[in-house]
Design a protein around this ligand. Structure first.
Ligand code: F6P
Length: 363
């Protein structure tokens, strides 16, 4: 029997279970494959005893409609920068990918499918360079991975954000208020941009276009007559004013990222300081954007990524990431997928077209 190991790493995202089921179902069509899952990303391999589960029909049936991941996940303990605490409590970061690669080989795995975002795919590449036969599957609601037109989870996040936006529009209108809705996305403005266009926002603020508070205030003023009017703003968590900084807090111990969040309140303060007299309310959507069932498109994307990933395993075509490009499922080199981020281009039609609709980016 050949042994395949699946891992889900980084923040969770709707569609992870659909990938797992897609891989398992496709593997069942071939003779001689056993499919295993490592719990909490590749931490399951490192632990003593290892936390590895064997996947079967019972564990994978119907999971494509469920959010989260049956394998659990973590964004701590990155093997490329593994946190080690000394007796004094000081933390240093060290690369333990060689030990991890050795462990995977000792455990007899013939292939690994690593489902995750940019950080996870950098780990995939490092393991591949150390001889692990690995395939990456791109996941993130942020849609910031290059070498694929889209990551699964993104469209579900946009749908959730748009549904919330629609609700904020009716209450903004009733009260003549400015509603600021903050969405996720880290350094990429994709969720904000898609939501602003789909929802019909007046203002969309994204990390790629630092905003001028005066311009934002001006757009608000245009919408009010004698104190009456309303404005709906979508702001990405990584957005910042031209002369300001990103609003963040330190990440938890062992986490590789700072925590973004709260820029909606910062913008509210900036607008009041600029003289905005309209009532302002802030909504930070947070993790609801990552929860619940994936929409149909993300289920399809995730399921087909799973099937494609297993077919690359069968073909022995390792060191690749599955990718969705021009309506097709292809394989790209992991190196290509991890060398740059996919950020919103301010010269793109999506931004120019949004401006053509009257959406202000505060620039
Ligand atoms: O990368 C996905 C994401 O949801 C980002 O949009 C967000 O900044 C971050 O993860 C939140 O991470 P955590 O779940 O650790 O709070």
């Amino acid at each position: 029997m050949k042994k395949l190991l699946i891992s889900t790493g980084g923040g969770d995202c709707p569609g992870l279970n659909a990938v797992i089921r897609g891989i398992f179902k496709r593997a069942q069509k071939e003779d001689g494959w056993e499919v295993y899952g490592s719990m909490e990303a590749l931490s399951g391999v490192r632990r003593d005893p290892p936390e590895i589960i064997k996947l079967d029909n019972a564990t994978t049936a119907g999971i494509h409609v469920r959010g989260g991941t049956i394998l659990k996940t973590t964004n701590k303990g990155n093997p490329l920068q593994f946190p080690v605490k000394d007796e004094k409590g000081n933390i240093t970061f060290t690369d333990i990918t060689q030990q991890l690669a050795d462990k995977i080989s000792e455990m007899g795995f013939d292939a690994v499918i690593n489902i995750g975002g940019d950080g996870s795919q950098k780990i995939s590449q490092a393991l591949f360079e150390k001889g692990v036969p690995v395939i990456g599957v791109p996941k993130t609601i942020d849609n910031d991975l290059s070498a694929t037109d889209m990551t699964f989870g993104f469209q579900t996040a946009v749908q959730i954000a748009t549904d919330s936006f629609d609700k904020l529009v009716t209450t903004a209108e009733s009260h003549h208020r400015v509603m600021i809705m903050e969405v996720m996305g880290r350094d990429a403005g994709w969720i904000a941009l898609h939501t602003a266009i789909a929802g019909g926002a007046e203002i969309c603020l994204i990390p790629e276009i630092p905003y001028d508070v005066g311009k934002v205030f001006q757009r608000i003023t245009e919408r009010y007559k004698n104190g009456r009017g309303f404005v709906n703003i979508v702001i990405a968590e990584g957005a910042r004013a031209k002369d300001g900084t990103v609003v963040s807090a330190p990440g938890e111990e062992g986490s590789e990222h700072v925590r973004l969040g709260g820029v909606a309140y910062e913008l509210s303060r900036q607008l009041k300081a600029a003289g905005c007299e309209a009532e302002i309310r802030e909504t930070v959507l947070g993790h609801v954007q990552r929860g619940g069932t994936p929409i149909a498109f993300d289920r399809l994307l995730a399921t087909m990524f799973g099937v494609k990933a297993f077919e690359l395993v069968l073909a022995g075509s390792f060191g690749k990431m599955v990718s969705f490009q021009n309506n097709d499922f292809i394989a790209v080199d992991l190196v290509e997928a991890t060398t740059s981020y996919n950020l919103v281009n301010k010269e793109s039609f999506l931004v120019k077209g949004a401006k053509g609709l009257g959406i202000s980016f505060g620039d």
